[in-house]
Write a protein that binds this ligand. Structure first.
Ligand code: NAD
Length: 307
């Protein structure tokens, strides 16, 4: 059973217990940051018919998106029965790139931010976006570990600010965790839930702020335990992964998941840790993986080599 079917078999019932308000649609999305997740969010939204502007720091970075689209297309064809080369090409045509923030934001109805998981970078990015975006534009962060309340005041429009958290490989691991802070107007939680559904996500609304949402409250301790097994050299990564898969029936072990996440986010998280073992893990990720171009599955190499 592939992971899509595994997910649906175990959690598909959530979709039927969740209701959203229909009728409020947002067609124009701007994505801030076009790395692992930003590129996937932009492509997925465009694939579902939205007009997308992809913003990043400079045109050199944006030029790499062509390769990202070519990486994503075969995965859509593999995983989504209705995907065709024509639909995927049409998605690419719906994406405009810009390294000029004012230009990138001028028509945005919703902005999703996927810049590095560093609080100051997020706050600076949102402060600039808040000053430039139209007043009606709704703001969502894809942060994995920060809280909306850490960032909200920087946006200048805290009532329209919330988190919409995607899971890597958004076209099939399609959860959209929606989490406001105390000052978010609930109307925007509903609007963003509708948008999430329209771009093919299963919207999951949290009742309150929770560091790591539902997914990472479960996943991060698991990945941290794997990092410690690695630093302590308890067993090879393939053995650790195989143990987890065989004993639980889960489709992937932790190091296979690291390869999907990509090395940058775990590096950024662990290098800030107070735990020396986790800082050592971050140093290893930098030295043996990031500096060697082994950035994860998206680059064909990580803990494992891929075709
Ligand atoms: P990444 O390093 O792959 O991409 C970050 C992108 O942001 C890069 O293209 C970089 O050039 C750009 N950037 C840097 N500073 C910027 C700025 N000031 N303005 C605009 N763009 C800027 O990181 P990622 O893995 O895509 O993670 C991005 C966010 O998504 C993080 O908050 C992370 O927690 C979250 N997230 C990641 C995953 C994952 O599996 N990688 C999953 C869910 C959520």
């Amino acid at each position: 059973m592939d992971r899509w079917h595994w997910w649906n078999r175990h959690y598909g019932f959530l979709a039927s217990t969740y209701t959203t308000i229909k009728g409020v649609t947002m067609e124009n999305l701007t994505v801030l940051g076009t790395g692992v997740l930003g590129s996937q969010i932009a492509f997925q939204a465009a694939y579902q018919g939205k007009n997308v502007v992809a913003y990043d720091l400079n045109d050199e970075i944006l030029a790499k998106l062509t390769a990202r689209w070519e990486y994503l297309k075969p995965l859509y064809l593999r995983d989504l029965p209705e995907a065709t080369p024509e639909k995927l090409d049409a998605a690419v045509r719906r994406i405009r790139t810009s390294s000029d923030l004012a230009d990138a934001l001028k028509d945005a109805e919703i902005v999703i931010e996927a810049v590095p998981e560093v609080l100051q970078i997020k706050r600076d990015t949102w402060a600039r976006a808040g000053a430039l975006a139209p007043a009606h534009t709704v703001f969502a962060t894809n942060s994995s570990t920060l809280l909306p309340s850490d960032i909200a005041d920087a946006t200048g429009r805290p009532e329209k600010f919330l988190a919409l958290h995607f899971s890597n490989e958004v076209w099939r691991q399609n959860t959209g965790e929606i989490m406001g802070h105390a000052g978010t107007n609930p109307q925007y939680l509903d609007t963003v839930a509708v948008f999430a559904e329209e771009i093919g996500m299963m919207p999951i609304k949290l009742k309150k702020e929770q560091p790591g949402y539902i997914l990472n409250s479960l996943l991060v301790p698991f990945m941290t335990s794997a990092a410690k097994l690695y630093v302590r050299d308890v067993a090879d990564v393939a053995v650790i992964d195989a143990t987890w898969r065989r004993a639980t029936g889960a489709p992937l072990g932790p190091f296979e998941i690291y390869d999907i996440i990509g090395m940058e986010t775990p590096y950024n998280l662990n290098i800030q840790s107070e735990d020396p073992e986790l800082r050592e893990f971050a140093d290893t990720l930098k030295r043996n993986f990031i500096d060697q171009g082994r950035l994860g599955r998206a680059t064909g190499k990580g803990f494992y080599d891929y075709e």
